[in-house]
Unconditional design. Structure first.
Lengths: 193, 173
């Protein structure tokens, strides 16, 4: 029973550690997917011929004429979740949707928006779900605190187990010796001398 | 202490699992519901212009789809066409927007289902991003005042279309 409990405790300790460290290591599925999506990019040459007479993605009166450093586009895109991917940012995803979103980021930055305004644009349309790192407020704090808490609990369980397993065994408590037996031992020892 | 620690450790894990399994992964709330629908102008596959602003005062249903979206888009296409035919004379407009699709595949899809409501591609994905689309099919129901009243993720059925449109038609313009 004791051995079973020890094993269970060890598993739980490791479980807590994995719960804390697992998601970043194995990748957490991002968002919903309810229809099969193409994994290959739609070739640029196959772009539909239709045109938007009005581009709703750019603020009115602004044009995307300025050239924006790719590093800034990457910095903004890396904070946004690719909506059709699993745990990938818009910067890292090769999907067509991410490609389109990167282009929108580029255009809005070129039109004079700050990185914060561009991110706000996406949050306004997708909600905070679009952010790869949720803002640390309200219930979101759980996401930031829970992993650290799980690590602490896991470490405490493991440390406690290690201390138990490495503790020297207690010597057996001395049994009361019968007075007659003690006297007999004393006499025998005396005779030998 | 150990006697209680082990069962107590399981509680948050079980709670997390229970929450995860009970949550619909498609039900990501849209911040756009209740807000004015963004205006857009697209050119349909037939070469006609379609602009949302021109339909102010009518109930507008915008459906985002793709020919590779199987089976959901294939399930809802006949229902959308039926509903469009049933409501087209009652100031209801249906606009289909094909996203991340090849032109020939989109045209074949429209032809296969004999879709008669305006359908247009979304070059650059601008309209889909403007509407916070993160998958297909997604459908937006817009009231006469031009506000988004519902975002539906997944296939639209005849019943859902009727229920939503009837409700919006009953409201005063």
């Amino acid at each position: 029973m004791k051995s079973y409990r020890r094993r269970l405790s060890a598993i739980l300790g490791l479980g807590w550690l994995l719960a804390a460290l697992g998601p970043p290591l194995i990748g957490v599925p991002a968002g919903a997917s309810w229809a099969a999506r193409p994994l290959v990019r739609v070739a640029a040459a196959a772009e539909p011929p239709g045109e938007t007479a009005l581009s709703p993605s750019l603020p009115e009166g602004r044009s995307a004429a300025t050239r924006v450093p790719e590093a800034i586009v990457h910095e903004v895109a890396s904070q946004l979740r690719c909506v059709v991917c699993q745990n990938l940012s818009v910067a890292d995803s090769p999907s067509e949707m991410a490609n389109q979103m990167r282009e929108i980021v580029r255009q809005r930055l070129a039109a004079g928006e700050t990185p914060e305004q561009v991110i706000r644009y996406f949050v306004d349309r997708y909600g905070e779900w679009i952010l790869l790192s949720p803002a640390p407020h309200g219930l979101n704090l759980l996401v930031w605190i829970a992993p650290a808490l799980a690590v602490l609990v896991g470490l405490a369980i493991v440390a406690s187990l290690i201390r138990r397993w490495t503790r020297p065994a207690h010597p057996a408590p001395a049994q009361p010796v019968d007075a007659a037996l003690r006297e007999r031992v004393r006499q025998e020892l005396g005779q030998r001398r | 202490m150990w006697k209680w620690l082990i069962p107590l450790s399981v509680v948050p894990v079980v709670g997390l699992l229970a929450y995860g399994f009970r949550t619909d992964p498609r039900a990501i709330p849209s911040p756009l519901v209740g807000r004015p629908a963004a205006d857009f102008a697209l050119r349909t596959f037939d070469g006609n212009a379609v602009r949302l602003r021109e339909h102010r005062g009518k109930v507008v249903v915008i459906n985002f789809w793709a020919s590779w979206c199987h089976p959901a888009c294939y399930d809802e296409a006949p229902a959308l066409e039926r509903s469009w035919r049933a409501y087209r004379d009652r100031e209801v407009v249906v606009i289909g927007v094909a996203i991340q699709d090849r032109d020939d595949a989109s045209r074949k899809f429209i032809s296969d289902f004999s879709l008669s409501f305006p359908n247009a591609p979304d070059p650059g994905g601008r309209v889909s991003v403007e509407y916070g689309v993160y998958g297909v099919p997604e459908t937006y129901f817009i009231d006469r005042q031009g506000r988004i009243r519902l975002k539906h993720a997944g296939a639209v059925s005849d019943d859902l279309f009727k229920r939503q449109v009837e409700q919006l038609l009953e409201e005063a313009a």
